[in-house]
Design a protein around this ligand. Structure first.
Ligand code: RP5
Length: 175
């Protein structure tokens, strides 16, 4: 049984980014850093930046339009509140967009979740859980997509799953 731990992987992988991680504000970083950490742990070349949909709409359009030509294969987009960043990115690119609802101050991210998950038919955004679990899972999903055409990455992913299974089997209870 493999004992691979993601932290054993080189981090981060130098080279042209294949996954973009964007967020609406630096205040989203506490959540979105969990996506970046997973990508770094798996050695996936990535970039991270703030692209605010309502404060930087021209930058958002430019980022989306250049994503495919720059070689991005997935965009992980996190936002809170009226979280239109993932949907607007998806409207301007066919690169898969993975949306992460960030917990908002007043509605704890239910607003973010509904904003991202309720895309009208025709422009899909893959939507993940609110908060850090969603950020980490979005990155794991991106790894799964890339692993379809990258045997080394597929091996790392299988080892990660195996290690996770072993950790769960080793769990004990205070009874
Ligand atoms: C959204 O508004 C961001 O994604 C963030 O979650 C939220 C609050 O932004 P700040 O006021 O903290 O910059 O655009």
């Amino acid at each position: 049984m493999s004992t691979y731990s993601p932290s054993d992987a080189p981090s981060p992988t130098p080279g042209k980014p294949v996954v973009g991680v964007v967020m609406g504000s630096s205040s989203d970083w506490d959540t979105m850093q969990h996506a970046v950490q997973v990508l770094a742990d798996f050695g996936v070349a990535h970039e991270a930046r703030v692209v605010s949909a309502h404060r930087m709409p021209d930058d958002l359009f430019a980022y989306a339009e250049q994503a495919g030509p720059r070689g991005l294969q997935a965009i992980i987009a996190g936002a809170g509140g009226a979280a239109h960043l993932p949907g607007m990115l998806a409207a301007k690119t066919t690169v898969p967009v993975l949306g992460v609802p960030v917990a908002s101050r007043h509605l704890q991210g239910v607003d973010s979740l509904h904003s991202i998950v309720q895309m009208p038919k025709g422009i899909p955004v893959a939507t993940f859980a609110i908060g850090t679990a969603g950020a980490a899972n979005a990155a794991l999903f991106a790894v799964s997509l890339l692993a379809l055409h990258d045997p080394d990455l597929a091996t790392k992913l299988q080892a990660f799953r195996a290690a996770q299974t072993e950790a769960a089997r080793a769990m004990t209870l205070p009874v």
